[in-house]
Every structure is written in C-alpha cells, then in structure tokens.
Design a protein around this ligand. Sequence first.
Ligand code: SF4
Ligand code: SF4
Length: 127
Amino acid sequence: MCHLPDMGEVVSVAQIHVDMSKCSGCGACEVACAFQREGLFSTVRGSVMLHMEDRVDYFGIVLKRLDGSLLLGRPEGVEIVNPGGPASGGAATSKPVMLRQPCDLCGGGDPWCVTFCPRDALSVGGD
Ligand code: SF4
Ligand code: SF4
C-alpha cells in the first residue's frame, strides 16, 4: 500500500555521507562529479570539493547539498554547516563550493563520487 507522509512527519532525504577514517584526500570525487556534470576533468566544477589546509595530513571534503547546507568532512569529524556560517573548530572555507551547483545525487542515478572513491569513503544514506 502506498504510504504518504502526514503533516509533521519527518521525511528522510537521501544524501551523500563521508567516512573520514577512510578518506585519503585524493580528490577523485571532485573530478568525477565535474565530469558527470559537464564532461570536464576539472577541480572547479564539482558539487564536492577537496578541502586542504596548510597543515600536515590535514584534508577533507566539502559537499554542497541541495538545500544549500554543506557537508564538511575533516580529520576532526563530519558536520553539516549552513552556507556562509562559521565552520566550528577550524578555518575551513566554503566559498569556492558555494559558487557551484549543489549535489543532486547525479540526477537520482548512481552517484559518481561514490563509485569513483577508491577508499569507499562515500555512501548514500538518509539525513
Ligand atoms: S552524488 Fe553526483 S552530483 Fe552529488 S557530489 Fe556525488 S558526483 Fe556530484
Ligand atoms: S574520492 Fe574518496 S578518498 Fe578521495 S577525496 Fe573523495 S572521499 Fe576522500
């Protein structure tokens, strides 16, 4: 039987998740996303962006979600931050990724970033 959500029911939305214990900072997700979107091997077109700071072994990703919030994965953990807001605990900047298209889960098909991540760090799940 078809189940329609009633008012007030929280509907889980599929999103990309990252396991920072697996991420190597290779950047393949960023290039894969840009290629599936625009046919370009580019590091400035993806909905997900490699994040690096001038510190040894400090890297992660920033992913622009459909609602404008950001999935921020860094060595100290994973959090969801509002666009333009300060990312707690660090100096991560969201500005470059805010100029890009948000993640639409590759139009509902197989997410390329998940497929091409060599460390199985990315997955699709609920909020
Ligand atoms: S799911 Fe698709 S659109 Fe979203 S970040 Fe990954 S490759 Fe890009
Ligand atoms: S492709 Fe996977 S391992 Fe590489 S930066 Fe993206 S999430 Fe990390």
